[in-house]
Write a protein that binds this ligand. Structure first.
Ligand code: FES
Length: 336
């Protein structure tokens, strides 16, 4: 079990659990008075008494929402999301970390285009509420892609905000299928952005959703004249356990000082291999951003993907982020 007292030191009782769509729930939490966060940030959440930690966006807005909340999509086989949306009951205590992340409103900027796909709407809602309340000349365009109208998260609140702030908020719901009066059938494209947001070049563009969606959003924004410094995307993905890649060779990973061992196929992901053996290693963002899964490789060959959470000195000293580490030989690693 993980040491939740140090990883996630804020206990918060669950006040209520609200279903948003067929596979998304919002958990309302009673945060302590000294818990501070910015709209759009995320926190690590302890899962099932310390079996794991996972990162979830705080879908509430500080100073506006009457409680802190996380909004969670239930994923098949997802340890964190299955537990949070299936086992947790009102009254139960959750453990949260301090709020983290840079996906927040930009200082002194009032004109935004938010591009959200699926559950990526959670930080966008947190920021939209906050900007409409705090920035007098806010001008917000929200393009929200979902599969069908039934998959819109915070559906009633979006409708209410659009009605209450017609001059400040322009909301376009976009669906893959089953369009209706509120939801247009369209995918994110250059033509769509040119039509709906002709002044895109003068807006801060913030995107959150699946990796492919955010990559496309960035490509289109830059092509339409948005300065690179004005494009932001959510860097953490609340992905659940990644599959170990298949390969011919199988290597052994030895975790010191505890002596735990895991087998991993050649090129397989180190974190996934440890988790498959239920070897506890804290991990949250699972994309090399938060630094939670840091280990030190004492022996063996490996390759690294995203490692921006490590300093040059740490990289030179053999540190690696397990979530972005591919195993290329037998490894001896040290938990830190
Ligand atoms: S889990 Fe965040 S860096 Fe690996």
């Amino acid at each position: 079990m993980l040491d939740l007292a140090s990883l996630c030191p804020y206990p918060m009782p669950v006040r209520a659990i609200r279903r948003e769509t067929a596979d998304v729930w919002t958990l309302e939490l009673q945060a302590p008075g000294d818990y501070h966060y910015q709209p759009g940030q995320y926190a690590l959440v302890g899962i099932d008494g310390g079996r794991a930690v996972r990162a979830y966006t705080l879908s509430s807005s500080p100073g506006i929402s009457d409680c802190l909340s996380i909004t969670v999509r239930r994923l098949d086989g997802g340890l964190g999301s299955q537990w949070l949306t299936g086992a947790v009951q009102p009254g139960q205590l959750l453990q949260l970390s301090a709020a983290q992340g840079e996906f927040v409103p930009q200082p002194a900027r009032s004109r935004y285009l938010f591009l959200a796909g699926g559950c990526g709407i959670t930080p966008v809602m947190a920021m939209t509420r906050w900007l409409l309340n705090h920035v007098a000349d806010a001008s917000l365009v929200v393009l929200y892609n979902v599969r069908t109208p039934r998959d819109i998260i915070f559906a009633d609140e979006w409708t209410a905000l659009a009605q209450r702030y017609p001059a400040q908020l322009r909301l376009q719901r976009l669906v893959d299928s089953e369009p209706d009066a509120d939801c247009r059938q369209a995918l994110l494209s250059r033509e769509l952005l040119q039509e709906l947001v002709p002044d895109i070049a003068g807006r801060v563009v913030m995107s959150c959703g699946p990796e492919g969606y955010m990559a496309l959003a960035g490509e289109l924004a830059l092509a339409l004249g948005v300065p690179a410094a004005d494009f932001h995307h959510e860097a953490f993905r609340a992905a659940e356990v990644a599959a170990v890649d298949a390969g011919d060779a199988v290597y052994q990973v030895l975790l010191q000082p505890w002596g735990d061992q895991a087998a991993v196929a050649a090129g397989g992901n180190l974190l996934a291999a440890l988790e498959a053996e239920q070897i506890p290693l804290a991990a949250a963002c699972r994309t090399g951003v938060c630094g939670t899964c840091k280990v030190r490789v004492l022996e063996g060959e490996f390759s690294l993907g995203e490692q921006s959470a490590l300093s040059a000195a740490e990289l030179a000293d053999g540190y690696a982020l397990a979530c972005c580490c591919s195993v290329l030989s037998d490894l001896v690693i040290e938990g830190v």
